[in-house]
Design a protein around this ligand. Structure first.
Ligand SMILES: [Zn+2]
Length: 271
């Protein structure tokens, strides 16, 4: 997980104050959801069947902007996924219902007023969204969970790290391919556990392979001694730290200092 620099404000397509039909639709759908969930005859069973319109929150403009902002990577596991699936527009705060812990029953309604809110959206791979996170949205202070009356999300202290609001590298570091939580409140550790970022065998194998490639190149470069290493090798390892590279968080955590050192030495030796 690394920091996501999300485009702000929301792409014009769905901004409430615009004039296009789609813009009006986003605003009006939010209003409709609020009216539905806040009507006096609160029948939570019936309300659980409310259908949010994925054509609105997942519209092509927003989807492609999120993909661009996230460099086609999952916001949680940093995997590239477009070759196998389109990925999911993920609601950080679940729109339909939420769970404080995995074993809890689903609490309804969810954060319905944020269903069409750009601020609440990210792109995740299907595994992270549908298998791991689903409706989980635990808080450090569940007693302050926003209600439909106050909608006060600022009072909430989510356990999940929001990669576009905070820097995940302050919460999670990697020992080889294994992510480890490092913050004193345990948010990093819980984010890793709840999203299964450390025990997913396939993910661990892919990360280990990437790490092996980078470490082999670094070793090779270090063996060159006074000779100038292959510029393509330097280029490759420097690029692996970039936000656009898969698993950049892991590479930075393991090799950032070393790669920067090599880059500096190489640049110095060619000037
Ligand atoms: Zn993922």
């Amino acid at each position: 997980m690394i920091k996501i620099n999300k485009t702000q404000p929301a792409p014009r397509y769905l901004i409430h104050t615009g004039t296009s039909r789609e813009e009006d639709k986003c605003y009006s759908e939010t209003q409709a959801a609020c009216i539905y969930f806040e009507s006096e005859n609160d029948d939570s069973n019936k309300k659980s069947e409310y259908k949010f319109d994925s054509n609105i929150y997942g519209n092509r403009i927003w989807r492609s902007q999120l993909l661009e902002d996230q460099h086609n990577k999952c916001c949680f596991c940093e995997s590239r996924f477009l070759h196998v699936s389109a990925g999911d527009v993920e609601h950080f705060r679940p729109k339909g219902g939420y769970k404080q812990s995995v074993s809890d029953s689903l609490q309804k309604p969810g954060y319905y007023w944020l269903a069409y809110e750009w601020d609440n959206l990210l792109i995740a791979c299907e595994n992270c969204n549908r298998i791991e996170k689903k409706n989980l949205f635990p808080l450090l202070n569940p007693e302050n969970r926003a209600t439909k009356e106050n909608k006060d999300i600022d009072a909430e202290r989510p356990i999940f790290i929001n990669p576009w609001k905070e820097d995940p590298e302050n919460f999670i570091e990697f020992h080889c391919e294994i992510p480890i939580g490092i913050d004193s409140e345990g948010r990093g550790t819980q984010t890793i556990e709840l999203l299964n970022l450390d025990k997913n065998k396939v993910l661990s194998e892919i990360r280990a392979e990437k790490l092996y490639i980078i470490s082999t190149i670094i070793e090779k470069i270090e063996k060159y001694g006074e000779n100038i290493p292959n510029p393509k090798d330097i280029e490759y390892i420097v690029k692996s730290l970039d936000e656009s590279s898969a698993y950049a968080g892991m590479i930075r955590s393991n090799f950032e200092d070393k790669i920067n050192e090599i880059q500096k030495k190489y640049l110095k030796s060619t000037t």
